[in-house]
Design a protein around this ligand. Structure first.
Ligand code: IMP
Ligand code: MG
Length: 171
C-alpha cells in the first residue's frame, strides 16, 4: 500500500475547510452536519472538532458498494436520520464522490425534507469517474482514478481505521 495523503496533510486541509464553511454562514446561525456512514465517520469527527459550538450533527447510512471496487449504481438507505431537517442549514459530509450516484440520491432525499439550505462537503473527489453531474460545494482533495483506503474508507470493510489515505496495490 502506498500513502497518498498522510495524517497531517489531511488535518491541515480539514482546518481550512472548516474555516471556509464557517465563513459562508452568518455567525449566529446553526449548521447541521449529516455524516454519511460508514465511510464519512472519520472525516466527520475531525471536521466537527475544527468547527465552533454552533454545529449539530446526525448520521445517515447508505450502501452503494457490494464488497467490490466497482459501484453497482444502486443506492440503498440503511439508516435514516434521527432529526428533522426542516428550516435548517444542512451540510452532507461524505468521504468521497466517485460516480456521483450516492450523493445525487442523498441530495434528492434530503432536499425533499425542506432544509433552509443544503450543501455538500466531501473529503475526496475523483472527477474522472463521474457518471452524473453532482454539485459539491466543499472538496478536500481532488484525486486521480485510484482506489483509496484508510481514513474511513474501506476495501471489503477493512482499513477504515488507517490514519492516512493509501492506495491499494494493483492485484
Ligand atoms: P459513488 O456513488 O460512485 O460516487 O460512490 C460513492 C461511495 O463509494 C463512497 O461514499 C465510498 O463509500 C465508495 N467509494 C468510492 N470510491 C472509493 C474508493 O476509492 N475507496 C473506497 N471507497 C470508495
Ligand atoms: Mg461513502
Amino acid at each position: 500500500m502506498n500513502i497518498m495523503l498522510d495524517a497531517s496533510q489531511i488535518q491541515r486541509r480539514i482546518v481550512e475547510l472548516a474555516a471556509e464553511i464557517e465563513a459562508d454562514y452568518p455567525p449566529d446561525e446553526e449548521i447541521h452536519l449529516v455524516g454519511v456512514l460508514k465511510g464519512g465517520f472519520v472525516f466527520m469527527a475531525d471536521l466537527v472538532r475544527a468547527m465552533s459550538a454552533r454545529v449539530t450533527l446526525d448520521f445517515i447510512a447508505v450502501s452503494s458498494y457490494q464488497q467490490s471496487t466497482r459501484s453497482s449504481g444502486e443506492v440503498r438507505l440503511l439508516k435514516d436520520l434521527d432529526s428533522r431537517l426542516e428550516g435548517r442549514h444542512v451540510i452532507i459530509v461524505e468521504d468521497i464522490v466517485d460516480t456521483g450516484l450516492t450523493l445525487t440520491y442523498l441530495q434528492d432525499i434530503l432536499k425533499a425534507r425542506a432544509p433552509r439550505s443544503l450543501r455538500t462537503a466531501c473529503l475526496l473527489s475523483k472527477p474522472s469517474r463521474r457518471l452524473v453531474d453532482v454539485k459539491v460545494e466543499y472538496i478536500g482533495f481532488t484525486i486521480e482514478d485510484k482506489f483509496v483506503i484508510g481514513y474511513g474508507l474501506d476495501f471489503a470493510e477493512k482499513y477504515r481505521n488507517l490514519p492516512h489515505l493509501g492506495v491499494m496495490d494493483e492485484a
